[in-house]
Design a protein around this ligand. Sequence first.
Ligand SMILES: [Zn+2]
Length: 468
Amino acid sequence: MANRQSEIVINVAKSYTKYHVGQIVTNRFTHISFLNALGAFESNEQLSFSTVGFSEEGRAINSITFGAGKTKVLLWSQMHGNESTATRAILDILHFLTADDEFNSLREEIAKNLTLQFVPMLNPDGTERFQRRTATEIDMNRDAVALQSPEGKLLNKIVLDFNPEIAFNLHDQRRFYNVKNTGVPSSMSFLAPAHNQEREVNTVRKKAMQLIAGMNKLLQSYIPKGVGLYDDTYSHRSFGDAIQAQKVSTILVESGRLPNDMEKEGIRKLNFTALLTAFEMIARNSFKDYSVNDYASIPAIDTKLFDVLIKNIKVNGKPNSIVDIGVNRTEYLVEHPGFYAKGVIGDIGDLSTFYGFETVNAKGLTAVAGKSITIDSLEAVSMITVKRLLKQGVLFLITEDLPLENYVPFPINIVHPRKLSLVSPIKFEGKANFLLVDKNKVLKFIVLNGFVVKPGKIDTSINGLVLV
Ligand SMILES: [Zn+2]
């Protein structure tokens, strides 16, 4: 347990706002806006830029190189178009690497010992659509052997040409991952992928494990117990496994979630910090202070996290049943305001082995159906009206005056008179709209489209749905 990481990366992280590239602060951004942000660094002499290839639809894929050291390190991001956190972190890292301040010793150490090649946004067509797959509907991370996507072919070529010693495969994970047997979200998850079916630990894979152990050590001070390990079942079609098998120490990084961090800016900073500490460990060979056991002692991840878990509810009309309800909110892309949410009841019953990103203990409360009122037109409906109606337990406006979209940008649902069957209180895989009242019938919580709020604390960011 010698030296391990120095304090310097911790101090860099304290100055993070200096390096944060503020042009892009949301999960969704276009290829062009990314190129614009990247353009700010193009004239920097310490970086060398090149266009290494093009996507199926002809969008440029760029490579940026820093340093002239012996150890070659390759990093790529966003091979899944809707996984953008690390792309943003790479902008911040480039900003840090090219700055001139009290951290020059770290920069020089990295430049002297490492040659870093960044290939951010490997799937720009998927980015444009904010979808996982490429323009030809291929999941690039299952194309490592077949190489049927131009982007997958390109990555394969980059690995062969650059011949790195270490590679970082940067992704975002889906929202329901927790650290196994805990309610803590796995905010950063890692894997040193297997290089064969037997999952043997050779020297190549061991190095990836040691680096992960070192990153975990640092991350624990920011997200205690919030780091998890992916399952290492060998997947020969996946790039991580395939490249590990090519004797490149490969590290899968999966960006998860933090509370109140919808746009994952907090996770972006964790990426920045974890990658810098990895560079420092590689430059100093200090990853050798960590063992395979340090890696193996990082807990596994699980998929037991709901967006909201409401526990111990008595359901109206079923007096003897006390249940838990797990709610998931799925986001759908729209032009404005970017996305809307649809809240669905994911499970009902004994959910004691599950956790909630947000948990509400509804002990002593009963779930009852939301009220509805009929109106002629939506024209007169304002946020003030909606707030007043919600406090009265009204969750549905019945009208033939339906908006064109599937959602409304305020917290109430719109229902066509012929679709009153959709106003159903609690149904497995049904919409999550109901009220929680106490034994005196006093309204305690409103569950509106999967969002749980107290009657006096209605948030204008909550959207309702148009139920047709
Ligand atoms: Zn991914």
